[in-house]
Design a protein around this ligand. Sequence first.
Ligand SMILES: Nc1ncnc2c1ncn2[C@@H]1O[C@H](COP(=O)(O)OP(=O)(O)OP(=O)(O)O)[C@@H](O)[C@H]1O
Length: 573
Amino acid sequence: MIGKILILDDEESIRFTLSRFLRAAGHAVVTTASCSEALSKISGEGFDVVFVDIFLEDGTGIDILREIKARGLGCPVIMITGDPGIETVTEAIHLGAFDYIPKPVKQEALLNAARLALSYKAANDEKERYRSNLEAIFRSVREAILSVNNESVLIEFNEAASEMCGFSQTDIGNPVSLLPRTTDNRFETILAEALTSGQPREEDRVECSAANGVRKVVSARIYPLLNTQGQSTGVVMMLRDDTHVSNLEMKLREYGQFHRIIGKSEPMQKVYALIKTLAGVQTTVLITGESGTGKELVAEALHMAGDLSDKPLVKVNCSALPESLLESELFGHVKGAFTGAIKDSEGRFQKANGGTIFFDEIGDLSPMVQLKLLRVLEEREFERVGSSATVKANVRVIAATNKNLLEQVSQGILREDLYYRLKVVEIKLPPLRTRTGDIPLLVDHFCERFNAKFKKNIKSVSSDVFQAFLRYSWPGNVRELEHTMEHAFVLCNKSVITYDDLPTDFMKLAGVRRSRPEAQSDDAGVVLAALNNTDWNKAKAARLLGIDRVTLYRKIKRYGLVREASDAKLLRQ
Ligand SMILES: Nc1ncnc2c1ncn2[C@@H]1O[C@H](COP(=O)(O)OP(=O)(O)OP(=O)(O)O)[C@@H](O)[C@H]1O
């Protein structure tokens, strides 16, 4: 191994001899007689090894050694001494000299010392490179990284960890459990569990507080640290800041959105709870409710909230397909099964395999298809049209209707056995008129949607339009509100929707005239909306209406307002 070597000695003959020996071995050598020159060369050039005489005319080799260490230079320093007085040598070694060689310097001893110093330097450089690479990675990742030993003592952490958890350098060497910055003791619990089990842990949510006291929600992953014998020496923990995700989730809860369904009223909360319960089970679900109440959205949410969300959701509108086609559309057919069947065809049941099939308007199925569907529900199998081979159906069935199925059973339109099969669990969607508290949210939602669609910047609806919305009975439910808003968006060229923008039909049905002055804020609909919006908290509702609580109680009594119970029920047969 060859290197770049500096020789500092005030005796010219020594400089000459040493450089000759070293150059002969292939090293690049620079010589100097002065301490100050040596220091400027060391700073400017960078040497692999420095040989330095202890006693010099303008200083001592010990001063040079001190300076090299103070500057954090990694080059080994070898002392040359004519008088190997034990104190000086010992001092030099204590200060970090790599070695010393006595005068007269022998060629072999010199080359040996140079070789050892160079290989030490190479190993040290490699280690330093590795450390600085790791440090760069440590610093550059956005995830907070911290490592602790088997006693839960904090060993190291990166900048992101200090921002996220408020750690400072003085925390190093202290047990994590004693650090005041972690405000959720789950942090310590999962750390302790990982240390005991020696197993990695994925994605635990932990709360901690940052240096500025702001609480953060972080997702933690933990991996064991193993030594070369495979024994655990601690763990490394990676933390990702999920505060925004958590805030978003809270916001969604607060604003009452579940998947694509908007609404925070009590009946809708019960619907969400039911969807969550049913999402993980494979049972057939019947969704009932007036037209436009969001049955299709509920079917989507049931699919998306469950384990099958990455599998297909196939929708079938039973009333949109001609009866002659429905059977083959659902179950598929084989080539030649009927005129026009020129090749084998997969039905929607097969397309939905492993996922969900959603039948909208289930009451419109023909008797033949009803029978086949009943078999799928009971035996989980069917035959394609024109084939006798049985196909397995691994599909969850969700059905919806806005008709009274029991009435259809009594009229002989729907098979009774199919009705009971479908109705294992029913989700009843409440009509919009029973949850007027959701109207403000829906109005905001449609404003956002139609602003994007029509590239407008409409803020909301005027207060008299809003009050008309609250009073109206919405026979077409959310769909009708959606269409009314869309119509208004098309016409409106102001920042707020007024009566002039609403469809004439709505105006007639709602019983309002275009030049109508602002409605009084104390009418039954407004009071009811204020109550629903505040979860029937009378103090809050009174504040919202700008009236005192006694007046509010009087109005509740006068209008006969009562809090609606949910229509959503879980009916198990
Ligand atoms: N709670 C809701 N939040 C947001 N949009 C809704 C909601 N309910 C219904 N909608 C919207 O209203 C329209 C009708 O919804 P959907 O088709 O789900 O109703 P439906 O009950 O299945 O109606 P139908 O019985 O007529 O088939 C859709 O555009 C849907 O996006």
